[in-house]
Design a protein around this ligand. Sequence first.
Ligand code: ADP
Ligand code: HGS
Length: 516
Amino acid sequence: MSQLSAAASCPPILPLKHGDIEGTATLPLSDYHAIDQQLLHKIAYDALVWSSLHGLVTGDKSVERSGSVPGVGLVHAPFTLFPASFPRSHWKQACELAPVFNELVDRVSQDGEFLQDSLSRTKKVDEFTSRLLDIHSKMLELNKKEGICLGLHRSDYMLDEQSKALLQIELNTISSSFAGLGGLVTELHKKLIIGRHHHIGWFLLRNMLSHYGELLGLNSDRIPSNTACNQFVDALAKAWCEYNDPRAVIMFVVQADERNMYDQHMLSLALRERHHITSVRKTLAQIDQEAELLPDGKLFVDGQAIAVIYFRAGYTPLDYPSESEWRARLLMEKSSAIKCPSISYHLAGTKKIQQELAKPGVLERYLENKDDIVKLRKCFAGLWSLDESDITKRAIERPELFVMKPQREGGGNNIYGGAVRDTLIKLQKAGSQEDAAYILMQRIFPTSFATFIMRSGCCHKNHAISELGIFGTYLRNRDKVILNEQSGYLMRTKISSSDEGGVAAGFAALDSVYLT
Ligand code: ADP
Ligand code: HGS
């Protein structure tokens, strides 16, 4: 049965939702084959089945009775039907930057004075950042040194259409998500393009079973493999080994109302299956209730020794609704358990530090290799503090060319367009110190392309833009660097009219990469 007639037996065509672009789409990747609705539907249908069968899902608590089970109200994670084109040269550039950014975070994290000084004005006007700095200065007072440092980072980039420059959006050093689900989308896109290989009559069967590659002029070899899940898990396992207590477990610090738990469970499952390491999930409030810190620094939670603390919460003020959560964060920081991230790594990943590191001569304080410094600077977009009057003046004139950012993570916090001007004028009028809570950044305009986004079972054809995240894993035990690698990727694609990004924040869809 040919592919086209196979499509005919499918249920009615997926509705194109309001606001989608009408008419047949021109795929961004093939030589502009138009794709007909029947074929599109067949592909979308197969993709939805695949995603449910392979755990490309997010959970919610809508259907559970008691609070103790994971979110069993499952829906597929938003994903694109086809990978997003990305130039091979820029892909290579982004991958090569990963170990350099890993080393930079580790070096900056050890300069407590730089972190405190750079954030000292922010501290006065931003309660959340101030509390993080208090924990950090407490560690400085105690002269607490982190013997073993583990970083699971993701550096996000956009390819600026006008300059063709690969520019960093930000570096995430805490709760860098989607190492799990991101790899599944890579697998989905590869499977959609090429079917299962059967050894008997391999060539013949391959032609019959290969899904849509030939039809769409796509070649799955152009989709880079994505080992983010296993590399994150192997880094966590190596850190666990360095802690050297076989009874100890890895603790995931999670949000009570987490929806992205299956991205986290994928890591837990792989820890057990690949390394026979047990992981436990606790909220900050539970840790405050159940944790015990022994005089020798060993941390026990609910009676279990903790070797590694992996934060998938604690990056936003929303995670600290009371003093209980702050007590838990401080207690963990005081312990000898390996924090991922430590408070220093967490602070090194703030947007204010990103902006300070972009100042002339600052990178030279942390890195020796001149080539590395050149490589880093090449991917820096314009970054400024608000006390640079010529920039704020320009931002008031042309607010659409800037993004204004508070020291927040998790998406949905940035200021765009006219609101940039309004906020700057308000801050100037108030003459307050509030401006220290923000940074200004050059707005990056990637090329927009037509793609298909699957969300809640519906296929939306939209003009979209993409953001490439490259994962990095880093592990150091005192003066021995055990691991410093690029570790897979996350491609996120969002409709080009949306200012914000973020899958968890509900703006973007998970995607993969098609090298051109
Ligand atoms: P968060 O840490 O909350 O995710 P980010 O700095 O990553 O904040 O920004 C969130 C989203 O906003 C990004 O995923 C991207 O879609 C958009 N964004 C951020 N900075 C820029 C920029 N300079 N140019 C264009 N878009 C940006
Ligand atoms: C989790 N629910 C991030 N992490 O990586 N954002 C996106 O999954 O543990 O949503 O697009 C939490 C930020 C990019 C992924 C979400 C870096 C979270 O928001 C954690 S701090």
